[in-house]
Design a protein around this ligand. Structure first.
Ligand code: CDP
Length: 233
């Protein structure tokens, strides 16, 4: 008997999808996978190996050639979260920095990078019981996901949230830099050729600009349980 489902949560940068996905997974005993962390890990590798620079330039062919050397995993950490590893090294802190955010969207627009990561994401979902967040989870990675959510919030709200997060981690950033990074990633993610960010036709939309975490959790858990019930019939 397997009544476990796949939950796909997509949306714009810093819309709160990761928080939403992580909390739902913990609540219902599913595995949470942050697909954005995988694109960030590839980007971090590229920066560390001189294959990309923080002004957004990427040596595409060298990065494609290096893909077999890039091994990404998730390990449970002492803070209760899952940390992303790259070739065995915990890089959770590094991949959240603005220097990675500034180049991640050009890296994520490279079709070969996407093919590699999408295949890995699909393997992680083989046994279902997974909540995955990203940009193309409901459209490309799991087009048959039983529950698809599309999250949005105004760019200013999203920038305020991300700015606060980075400040709490003592990153030396300005609000304007964070806002401009969000707007530029929105644009690249939405207009790239390979699986651009868009709402799947059968996804449920939510704008969480004015919602508290508790309201958001309650809304999502209710839809989750209704979906599982419907799938059992
Ligand atoms: O946390 P935030 O919403 O800022 O971004 P993220 O989920 O960590 O994703 C970082 C970047 O990876 C995005 O801006 C996209 O360019 C890319 N990405 C993607 O192309 N497809 C995904 N499934 C997830 C992320």
């Amino acid at each position: 008997m397997n009544n476990r489902i796949i939950v796909a949560i997509d949306g714009y940068s810093s819309s709160g999808k990761s928080t939403m996905a992580r909390r739902l997974a913990a609540q219902v005993g599913y595995r949470y996978i942050d697909s954005g962390a995988m694109y960030r890990a590839v980007t971090y590798y590229a920066l560390e190996h001189g294959l990309a620079s923080s002004d957004g330039r990427v040596d595409t062919s060298a990065l494609i050639a290096a893909l077999p050397e890039i091994h990404i995993d998730f390990i449970p950490a002492s803070d209760g979260k899952q940390h992303t590893t790259l070739n065995g090294k915990d890089i959770e802190t590094e991949i959240r920095q603005l220097r990675v955010s500034n180049v991640v969207s050009p890296v994520a627009a490279i079709p070969e990078v996407r093919h590699e990561l999408v295949a890995m994401q699909q393997r992680l979902g083989l046994e279902k019981g997974i909540v995955m967040d990203g940009r193309d989870i409901g459209t490309t990675v799991f087009p048959d996901a039983e529950l698809k959510i599309f999250v949005d919030a105004s760019a200013r709200t999203r920038a305020e949230r991300r700015y606060k997060e980075l400040k709490e981690k003592n990153e030396d950033v300005s609000f304007e830099d964070v806002l401009s990074n969000i707007l530029s990633r929105d644009e690249i993610d939405r207009t790239r050729k390979e699986s651009p960010l868009r709402k799947a036709d059968d996804a449920i939309s939510i704008d969480n600009s004015g919602m508290t975490l508790a309201q958001q959790d309650a809304w999502l858990e209710d839809i989750f349980h209704k979906t599982v019930e419907k799938c059992q019939k």
